[in-house]
Ligand binder design. Structure first.
Ligand code: 3PG
Length: 306
């Protein structure tokens, strides 16, 4: 029988797991679960006899692939697929997919919440500021960036965006000021919300030179990936500029050093952008459906290793 494994270090909500089970079993497949594992060997053992795999940020390395002798498809239930070794998948003819847009609203709402948290002095009684009339720079106008823009606009913020992959006219049509360059975006935004993926081009690209362009009181909001930040540069900037703020749900590797700058630096204890029951359900069910569509009908619509 075709076997589907859900391997999630950070489990889906029970409702999402139940929904995935229904879809998988209705297709005549078997579902296996590996949740909150702490030993990678448990992951290696669990993939041994599976045909399909659903993960979240769990790292699907070449070692995992090597242990998964029958694997045909892996779906990252979420947007960013930097946790999948695409080359190892392709080498074995394994289809790799993501579920774009399914958890975007959860991440966008968190980005908004982060801005309010920083504007209101980390919910302390100190005098804060308001978001109305402030300029928000959206760095990458994809599914999440676009939702952040819409929500921030409703709060009276002015929106600027930079995304070389989205036509300027499309952004302008949505009432967004199109930045001429990434430097233009940072130099002219009170807040910048990051929505770029982590890849060879973007890793450590958010550095001192770029961040130091932000106006006085500037605040960076990162619900994307920690790898895109140059962490040493971030430390230096927080040291050099007493007005600069950084908030994230993906704590830097040098989190302990950055914590010295609280409340101008804040990181949640765990990655939580997509951790809502709605996002779990949307992304989990989409992943299950995409697996059935692929195994039964060969549909590769969301394949990322083409
Ligand atoms: C994504 O890329 O979809 C988000 O970062 C969510 O990641 P998570 O599934 O680990 O919460």
């Amino acid at each position: 029988m075709t076997k589907v494994l859900v391997a999630t270090d950070k489990p889906f909500s029970p409702k999402a797991v139940e929904g995935i089970r229904k879809i998988v079993e209705a297709a005549g497949f078997e579902l296996a679960l590996l949740e909150k594992y702490t030993d990678v060997n448990d992951f290696y053992n669990a993939v041994k006899d599976v045909d399909a795999l659903i993960v979240r940020s769990d790292k699907v390395t070449k070692e995992v692939i090597a242990h998964a002798e029958k694997l045909k498809i892996v779906v990252r239930a979420g947007a960013g697929f930097d946790n999948l070794d695409l080359a190892a998948c392709s080498e074995r003819g394994i289809v790799a997919m993501n579920t774009p847009g399914q958890n975007s609203n959860a991440v966008a709402e968190l980005a908004l919440g982060f801005m309010i948290y920083m504007a209101r002095t980390c919910f302390t009684p100190a005098t804060g500021s308001e978001l109305i009339g402030k300029r928000l720079g959206i760095h990458a106008y994809g599914n999440v960036g676009r939702l952040v823009a819409q929500k921030a606009k409703a709060m009276g913020m002015e929106i600027m965006a930079f995304d070389p992959f989205v036509p300027a006219e499309a952004m302008a049509k949505e009432g967004v000021i199109v930045a001429k360059s990434v430097e233009d975006l940072y130099a002219n935004s009170d807040y910048v919300s990051l929505h770029i993926p982590a890849n060879n081009e973007t890793k450590k690209s958010i550095n001192y030179a770029l961040l130091s362009k932000m106006p006085k009181g500037g605040c960076l909001v990162n619900t994307a990936r920690k790898e895109v930040i140059d962490e040493e540069d971030m430390l230096k900037l927080l040291q050099d500029r007493a007005d600069f703020k950084y908030i994230t749900d993906i704590a830097a590797d040098n989190n302990a050093d950055l914590m010295a700058f609280a409340p101008r630096y804040f990181a949640t204890p765990k990655k939580m952008g997509a951790q809502t029951s709605e996002a779990n359900l949307n992304a989990g069910l989409a992943a299950a459906n995409q697996i059935i569509d692929y195994i039964k009908n060969g549909i590769t619509k969301f394949q990322v290793n083409k």
